[in-house]
Design a protein around this ligand. Sequence first.
Ligand SMILES: Cc1ncc(COP(=O)(O)O)c(C=O)c1O
Length: 338
Amino acid sequence: MMRHIDLRSDTVTKPTPEMRTAMAEARVGDDVFGDDPTVNKLEATAAAIFGKEAAIFAPSGTQTNLISLLSHCERGDEYIVGQTAHTYRYEAGGAAVLGSIQPQPLDLNPDGTFDLERVAQVIKPDDYHFARSRLLCVENTHNGLALPMEYLPRVADCAATNGLRLHLDGARIFNAAVKCNVEVREIAHYFDSISVCLSKGLGAPVGSVLCGDRQTVARARRWRKMVGGGMRQAGIIAAAGLFALEHNTGRLQVDHDHARLLAEGLAEIDGYKVEYDQAQTNMVFVSPPYDKAAGLQDYLRTNQVLILGGSRIRLVTHLDISREDIHTVIGLFKSYST
Ligand SMILES: Cc1ncc(COP(=O)(O)O)c(C=O)c1O
């Protein structure tokens, strides 16, 4: 089969032969009975890495975010969230649909942070006219931007002062930690719960973990069962997640270097607007000139490069993309555009 250079997302990575071997050899049991040794090991490992009391494995980041929100909030509660955050915008409204949790979306600053004064302003007084403001939901990285470390104690303080719980959608928290040159636990430390994807830059085919205190994770376990995330011999996929945590977190700087190389190469092409912030990790955003936008995706596809369409294109580097691939992509953008 023809190999494609796939820049649509870091979710497209395929398990390597070594990861597949770990999956094939995984010891398994019925995880709904708590019997799967590999799932149990993954959960214990994740809890230790993130410095939390407990963790739970689930099929997707959408589900770990959902069961976290359901665990923190009750029917009639409200969570405050970025207008462009994944939990609000790209998870089919699950918190509202399944939890009767009202979202209070807020525009984020260009660096992915909340304006904390605005957060304080939208928190509802304790009055029966209003939903009860219960939770603040942060995303790191957001659009590939690592949140500044100095912001984390401020957002935690804002939540604590106002009696809000604090959840982190840390789908790409390892990218954020590499960018900020810290351990992931130094980021997780500020949050009551954190959702982490194993199936993005870490290269597992499926799976996410939710880490937090014992009580929150116990509540999440009930919600996971209810939404159909109680899996049986899940050790087969948990083994891939464990392998990812053990082998693939140390190489993320390579993806960031590739993103920078890509951004620099595309910025040389006339008329292309490249957004590449200093806090950027494995994502580059590029806007082609108006007359070039329509045909770009097809041109690249016929040359075995996959991108998402649109006028502002997100390009994502990951462990299946080499330095040579980046040069190929830059060359193709140039040949298409000149
Ligand atoms: C920031 C963020 N959070 C959560 C998710 C959800 O993960 P999943 O696709 O595993 O449901 C994604 C997926 O792209 C994401 O980008």
